[in-house]
Design a protein around this ligand. Structure first.
Ligand SMILES: NC(=O)c1ccc[n+]([C@@H]2O[C@H](COP(=O)([O-])OP(=O)(O)OC[C@H]3O[C@@H](n4cnc5c(N)ncnc54)[C@H](OP(=O)(O)O)[C@@H]3O)[C@@H](O)[C@H]2O)c1
Length: 286
């Protein structure tokens, strides 16, 4: 089996390559130079030329706030190039694993979103990822695709909330962090194993995949600081204290019953994941 992974310089793509390598899979790791997603024509050609059996599409325009000012670029990368990849996959009978986000939902209320719940993104990035999902559905009439919605991603290769918090905690006695956005952190090392399982299966469909359990950003920050043994205090504050260019959903709870139905193992608890992540950072000298 030959698998093309996009976004190998990002958090999830990096760990997906590692997971596949451990399984002895033939990997084509695509960088921006080989697959420039702001050029859907070149993107499609790369897939057609390399003829993988499956594509795990981890790359995306992920700058949530900047997307409000770069709507067109965000759309080209997240929608048009996703469509180009899906078209190519359909043409060569390859499976596609497309990574999506909790941001496709409106983020209101306190229920866990099921995969079939109504979508209504509250920012440009979320709208582009949802349009990417729809492009996959439109292009792949064979149905040979997976749509995986994840949230609050952290991995060893790249920037993320935990890294930022630990960086700040080194020099500050106290930090204020929002506590009215609730969701589930996701360790890319755990998610990557699931993606590798899926790429090797035919249990196509829409799935939600995060580490188990929910927390606020403030709780996540406090846990990372506690595990690092730092004395920094975390003061919970409301989102209104931290206005951002893009609106953030307050409810990012994703039901993982889709994983049960598909026969896939749920990811470990988020605290366990953060613990292993900090050990990995430490081993990397970070
Ligand atoms: N981060 C989160 O909290 C989160 C939450 C929910 C869902 N997701 C989804 O999960 C997936 C992985 O996210 P991540 O956190 O691993 O992303 P990331 O660390 O920000 O990495 C993004 C990757 O996409 C590549 N990329 C961006 N623009 C590109 C372009 N124009 N052409 C080619 N490559 C381009 C980047 O390449 P360069 O290194 O060259 O820039 C990088 O490899 C994405 O689909 C994202 O939408 C993420």
């Amino acid at each position: 089996m030959k698998i093309l992974v996009t976004g190998v310089t990002g958090q999830l793509g990096f760990d997906t390559v590692r997971a596949l390598r451990r399984r002895g899979v033939e990997i084509i790791g695509a960088t921006r130079a080989e697959m420039p997603l702001d050029d859907p024509v070149r993107t499609k050609s790369f897939v057609l030329e390399t003829r993988p059996d499956a594509v795990i599409h981890c790359a995306a325009y992920t700058a949530v706030d900047r997307a409000e000012d770069e709507k067109e670029l965000c759309r080209t990368v997240n929608v048009e190039s996703t469509r180009a990849i899906a078209d190519a996959c359909e043409g060569i009978d390859a499976r596609l694993v497309y990574i999506s986000t909790d941001y496709v939902f409106p983020g209101t209320g306190a229920n866990f979103y099921e995969t079939g719940d109504e979508t209504a993104p509250c920012n440009t990035y979320g709208a582009s990822k949802l349009a990417g999902e729809n492009a996959v559905r439109d292009a792949m009439k064979s149905g040979r695709f997976f749509i995986i919605r994840t949230s609050w991603v952290f991995g060893v290769h790249g920037r993320n909330f935990i890294r930022t918090i630990l960086g700040l905690a080194k020099t500050r006695d106290a930090l204020t962090v929002v506590d009215d956005q609730i969701g589930s952190p996701t360790y890319t090392a755990d998610l990557a194993e699931l993606l590798a399982d899926m790429a090797d299966s035919e249990k196509y469909g829409v799935y939600h995949a995060t580490n188990e359990g929910v927390c606020s950003w403030a709780e996540l920050a406090a846990e990372a600081i506690r595990l690092r043994g730092l004395p920094t205090k975390v003061t919970p504050v409301s989102s209104e204290m931290y206005p951002t260019k893009a609106v953030r959903p307050k409810n990012s709870r994703l039901s993982k019953s889709s994983l049960d139905r598909g026969g896939f193992r749920r990811l470990p608890d988020w605290k366990d994941a953060v613990n292993r992540y900090l050990a990995e950072l430490e081993a990397a000298g970070d």
